[in-house]
Design a protein around this ligand. Structure first.
Ligand code: HMH
Length: 205
């Protein structure tokens, strides 16, 4: 199976993962600042969990996966600093608990430790691809949130996701892990949708 086949096979689910009222409101600048703040703080917590998950995956990755995972780790660590700067500017505390969807993502990251490498790298690819598509779909947007949109909707991130796609695809093609990879993909789609919904509904779903 090709990882990218999953996008077409589960087109509706994927659409729900990458389109949401939250993103529509970002586009037209109507998103309430407190709703945006919920997303920002929870995504920061997500990013820290993603960092540790990828660090653990790097430790057991084959040679062919090391470069992309190291690049990903460097980018995610920088992103954590970026979130810290923005939270400070907006006077938001980052010392708050994970809401339910963030906690579910945390548990999913931990569950990837028990999956074969091709499954875990497919999940990481789906996670990054989801954000690329979600934020790219917001362009062109009004100035209010443009800096955030362009953090993911840019050619450098697009290139990174394309490279990650190649690595994930090669890993999956030479494995017997299609069913588990498909399940992980669907779980990511579901977690992504729930994450938007969590921010939109102001915390608890
Ligand atoms: C919820 N999904 C979520 N947050 C992110 N920052 C990404 C994906 C991309 O890393």
């Amino acid at each position: 199976m090709k990882s990218t086949d999953l996008l077409t096979r589960h087109a509706d689910t994927w659409h729900a993962a990458t389109h949401h009222q939250f993103l529509d409101a970002v586009r037209d600048g109507s998103l309430a600042p407190n709703v945006f703040a919920t997303w920002l703080v929870q995504d920061y917590l997500f990013v820290l969990d993603e960092l540790t998950c990828q660090a653990r995956l790097l430790a057991r990755a084959p040679r062919s996966g090391q470069n992309i995972l190291v690049r990903g780790l460097v980018a995610i660590e920088a992103e954590a600093g970026w979130f810290e700067t923005h939270a400070r500017q907006r006077d938001l505390s980052l010392d708050i608990p994970r809401y339910r969807a963030t906690a579910a993502y945390h548990d999913f990251f931990e569950s990837l430790d028990r999956e074969p490498y091709p499954v875990a790298i497919t999940a990481i690819w789906a996670i990054e691809r989801a954000y690329l598509e979600a934020w790219r779909g917001v362009v062109p947007c009004l100035p209010r949130y443009r800096e955030y949109v362009e953090h993911w909707a840019n050619t450098e991130f697009e290139r990174f996701v394309a490279d990650l796609e190649q690595v994930a695809m090669a890993a999956l093609e030479s494995s017997q892990a299609d069913n588990a990879a498909e399940a992980a993909f669907l779980k990511v789609a579901c977690l992504e949708h729930d994450f938007w919904q969590m921010a939109w509904s102001g915390g608890e779903q």
